[in-house]
Design a protein around this ligand. Structure first.
Ligand code: 4GX
Length: 262
């Protein structure tokens, strides 16, 4: 997949492309990435990319001509790409949109600065408008990086080895279970016994329980979008009855003793 970014700040991108999974994906040919400076498509002495808004008011608007020429150049280099404008008015970005975008051959990101881009660019040159959230950035550059990041890790081979994008938080509208690594006792806080039991059925059961319960507590909106299996409903019911026991006896019920293993 080919990423092309149109920006007046191309220097922001190499530091992002030169690290971690993104860097490895580029080295392996899973993605390629380049930035085009919109200023290179200006024709005036001052290389102007913005102008005052028709109708008056504060703030500046990105001029259409340099942007249009930058988009044409990007499309000539990557003809089957989709051109995406980063804007708070776009459709909200989430894992579903990331999965959808990960299927196209190329993405051209138009990163606006100032108050926005001339409406005729949106009308004639943009295939999709995406927002990364309901807050206002100073430009679309960071928003495009977030999309490149989330999309890259979905491309086959990008997460080497046993890592899998299929099992992440959100891919099934449920948050991930808690993770622990050594030491077993960290500043007095112990790793749950079940994880040291070696009983893989019990460990899977514990992980599903903690996933469901933390989704229920932290992000109930996600559970509403997800059908619960009878087994999962049972897990939540047992959790409710544990809480009732706590309320009635004013003490915690016994944890399941770890079976097998050490
Ligand atoms: N998710 N911004 C874009 C300038 C702008 C405004 C309108 C085109 C149309 C943002 C976001 C975001 C700030 C990037 C305004 N360009 N982008 N910029 N939230 O806040 O994506």
């Amino acid at each position: 997949m080919e990423f092309t970014v149109l920006t007046i700040f191309p220097e922001m991108f190499p530091p992002f492309w030169e690290n971690g999974i993104i860097r490895r994906a580029i080295e392996q040919g899973i993605i390629s990435a380049s930035a085009i400076n919109i200023r290179d498509f200006t024709t005036d002495r001052h290389r102007t990319t913005d102008d005052r808004p028709y109708g008056g008011g504060c703030g500046m608007v990105m001029k259409p001509e340099p942007l249009a020429d930058a988009i044409r150049t990007a499309r000539a280099n990557a003809p089957s790409s989709k051109t995406v404008l980063m804007t708070p008015q776009g459709r909200p970005f989430n894992q579903r949109v990331a999965e959808e975008l990960s299927l196209v051959e190329g993405l051209i990101f138009v990163c606006g600065r100032y108050e926005g881009v001339d409406e005729r660019i949106c009308r004639h040159f943009i295939d999709d408008e995406i927002s990364i959230g309901d807050y206002v950035l100073t430009g679309g550059e960071l928003a495009s990086m977030i999309i490149m990041d989330a999309v890259t890790r979905l491309r086959p081979g990008a997460l080497g080895g046993e890592e899998s994008a299929a099992r992440d938080s959100f891919s099934e509208n449920v948050l991930e279970h808690a993770h622990y690594t050594r030491p077993r006792n960290f500043e007095g806080d112990e790793v749950p016994d079940v994880l040291l039991s070696g009983n893989h059925r019990e460990i899977e059961k514990w992980r599903l329980e903690t996933s469901l319960i933390r989704t229920f507590l932290k992000r109930p909106d996600l559970l509403r979008e997800r059908p619960l299996s009878p087994h999962e409903i049972n897990i939540l019911k047992n959790w409710c009855s544990d809480i009732e026991t706590i309320i009635q006896t004013r003490s915690l019920p016994d944890a399941d003793p770890p079976s097998g293993g050490q």
